[in-house]
Design a protein around this ligand. Structure first.
Ligand code: CA
Length: 220
């Protein structure tokens, strides 16, 4: 997992940040707190958070899904970009990781926009579908366990509206997807997922090589 953009080299990456990153102070604080966490590499890159915030504003999103919260950076970046009546349904199984998330959402004044559901995300997503919420979300970010990526994607595709956007993280998997020597289960799951999306006529597609690779799929 990479929490900065792959392949640019340090000088160019630092230049990119120096001329474009506008990270709100609260996100900087959360990023620094997460850097001390043993799983800190799971946090998204700051330039990716800013990119997703821009996407959310571009499509006029009000209602979004965050599948895989960890310490809350992506939820917070999106929440800050949503209008006052915006809403995020955030899915995670860890009370421990998300306790840091909740702390920073409170500090940022966006806690009321974020509905955190502590449960396996597939259960939360199936509940939303069963409650008639299909087609009602504008944006979904998938960044949880890679073995379930396809399951999350299929449910997100039901839940977003036509013209809504699904963003999927870690699709370049630190470059391992392109190394034929690497055959572990998670790497293969991501390869399979990438190939499936390439052929999926239900969406318009772009794989953006920001951070660890972010696939954008717009529901037709
Ligand atoms: Ca990730």
């Amino acid at each position: 997992m990479a929490n900065q953009t792959l392949g640019l080299g340090e000088n160019l990456y630092n230049y990119l940040l120096a001329v474009s990153l506008r990270e709100p102070e609260i996100l900087t604080q959360l990023r620094q707190a997460t850097a001390n966490h043993p799983m800190g590499q799971m946090q998204i890159a700051p330039e990716q958070g800013q990119f997703m915030a821009l996407l959310v504003q571009l499509i006029g999103a009000k209602k979004t899904l965050d599948i895989g919260v960890f310490t809350g950076y992506s939820s917070l970046a999106v929440a800050l970009a949503l209008p006052d009546d915006g809403k995020i349904i955030a899915c995670d199984i860890s009370e421990e990781y998300t306790s840091m998330a909740r702390h920073y959402w409170q500090l940022a004044g966006v806690a009321d926009k974020i509905d955190l559901r502590i449960a396996p995300a597939l259960e939360t997503l199936d509940d939303l579908i069963n409650q008639g919420e299909s087609g009602s979300f504008d944006f979904a970010f998938i960044d949880a366990d890679k073995s379930n990526y396809d399951n999350y994607y299929e449910r997100a595709l039901k839940l977003v509206r036509n013209g809504g956007l699904i963003a999927v993280d870690n699709v370049l998997w630190s470059g391992r997807v392109a190394d034929p020597e690497i055959q572990d289960n998670r790497t293969q799951k991501i390869r399979d997922f990438n190939q499936k999306l390439h052929a999926d006529s239900r969406v318009n597609l772009s794989l953006v090589p920001i951070a660890d690779g972010l696939t954008l799929a717009m529901k037709k």
